[in-house]
Design a protein around this ligand. Structure first.
Ligand code: PLP
Length: 417
């Protein structure tokens, strides 16, 4: 499932020893495996080949330009949610007609530039937004493609912060309002309302919620057909879960086996927007143990990476496997908290975890950090965001250098008051 493996007790990313990268580029350091990234993309493409889907990798998962380019070069499109992501998509060389744009809060400026660029379509999330896209397209004298993001009201059985397809969530439009929009679509003179989009949540490890959502949508498509409203595309979103711990995550094949027959019946162009499934297990965060601290109640391994570098444990109590870069088989195991240097008690990578004893100066890999890792990183505590390295075979490429102290203050004005 990924290309981070021990050889002679040393952790390798493909053919490169990770400790060498940690020494060369310093820590904290993100390390990505090209072969893992691309193989996940290809697995999904292969599993769904009967409908020849456009796979629009979700930029938010990991938006490094080299990651985007690697996928775009293999034929992927991109799913964006902001003007900044559109800028990245274009810089990475993604043809505009492979870009789809979701977000409940697209600004006029973001809509303008997307229309000018000629993106494949907007996934519209409210009536007010449809009116606005129509108004702006009219100013340009253009007709713009739009799909309606439907909120299918299903329970995806994932963390509540990453559930997006329940009717109480801010995302998408309910079926009845959507039916009205389709019936009155001629009102929007500068829009081609040509499809349906759903995205029910993230890190979903079961197929049943997808099947439930897709079934609701296919019924809706039939209902529209009965009214002579024929669609062109169905974007089923992303959300496929991966294995962080002991999840029984679905494979691309299992997912396709259940969902594909339903999709085939629609006869529509299928779009899929995976982020985590492609990038999650393709990356690790490497940290160095700074201090070992024993208190009357606990042992702490204090590392040089923090919640500003990888916020998932602090935000979702997410689990990440921790591995030493060098395995010493004779090491005793001990229960410890692995924590960062930040002034928050939520700044941790493991809590009361049984791990092989760690000494100060040794390196640890936080596994499964390729998605929602760097892209959610911040400068909190005035920490510089880490460097990122992409490994392909026996070569390692610095795809983002570590930020400098100057970067921390470059947009600030020092005012004498
Ligand atoms: N599509 C949309 C609209 C999203 O909001 C997201 C994530 O939030 C994704 C795709 C990607 O989700 P995931 O990384 O779980 O595949």
């Amino acid at each position: 499932m990924h290309d981070f493996k021990y050889k002679n007790n040393k952790l390798f990313c493909e053919k490169v020893e990770v400790t060498k990268l940690a020494r060369q580029y310093g820590t904290p350091l993100y390390v990505y495996s090209y072969s893992t990234l691309i193989s996940h993309y290809l697995k999904l493409k292969e599993a769904f080949k009967e409908v020849n889907p456009l796979i629009c990798y979700s930029v938010k998962a990991n938006s490094n330009l080299s990651i985007l380019k690697a996928l775009v070069d293999k034929g992927a499109g991109l799913d964006i949610v902001s003007g900044g992501e559109l800028f990245r998509a274009i810089k990475a060389g993604c043809p505009a007609n492979r870009i789809v744009y979701a977000s409940v809060g697209k600004t006029d400026g973001e809509i303008r530039v997307s229309i000018k660029r000629g993106i494949l379509f907007f996934n519209a999330e409210s009536l007010a937004e449809l009116d606005n896209i129509n108004r702006i397209a009219k100013i340009f004298g253009k007709t713009t493609n739009v799909t309606i993001r439907i909120n299918p009201d299903v329970e995806p059985k994932t963390h509540k912060f990453i559930t997006t397809g329940k009717i109480t969530n801010k995302f998408g439009i309910d079926f009845e309002t959507a039916a009205k929009i389709f019936a009155e679509r001629k009102k929007f003179g500068n829009l081609r309302i040509c499809g349906i989009h759903i995205h029910i949540g993230s890190q979903i490890t079961e197929t049943a919620p997808y099947v439930a959502a897709v079934l609701k949508v296919t019924d809706f498509i039939k209902r529209l057909k009965g009214q002579n409203i024929n669609l062109e595309c169905f974007n089923i979103g992303g959300g496929l879960g991966i294995i962080y711990d002991k999840e029984n995550a679905q494979t691309a094949e299992k997912f396709a086996k259940e969902v594909l027959p339903l999709l085939k019946k629609t006869g529509l162009k299928i779009i899929i927007e995976p982020g985590r499934f492609i990038a999650g297990n393709a990356g690790i965060l490497v940290a160095k143990a700074l201090y070992i601290k024993s208190t009357p109640s606990k042992k702490f391994v204090i590392v040089d990476a923090g919640m500003n570098d990888l916020i998932r444990p602090a935000l979702y109590e997410a689990y990440h496997q921790l591995l030493p870069l060098e395995q010493v088989k004779s090491r005793e195991k001990e229960v410890a908290d692995v924590v960062g240097p930040i002034c928050e008690s939520s700044d941790y990578f493991a809590k009361e975890r049984l791990i092989p004893e760690v000494n100060a100066g040794e390196y640890l890999a936080v596994m499964g950090a390729g998605a929602y890792g760097f892209s959610m990183a911040s400068n909190y505590n005035s920490r510089r965001r880490p460097a990122e390295v992409l490994v392909k075979g026996n070569k390692a490429f610095l795809i983002r250098k570590r930020e400098s102290f100057l970067h921390l203050i470059e947009n600030e004005n020092l005012i004498n008051l």
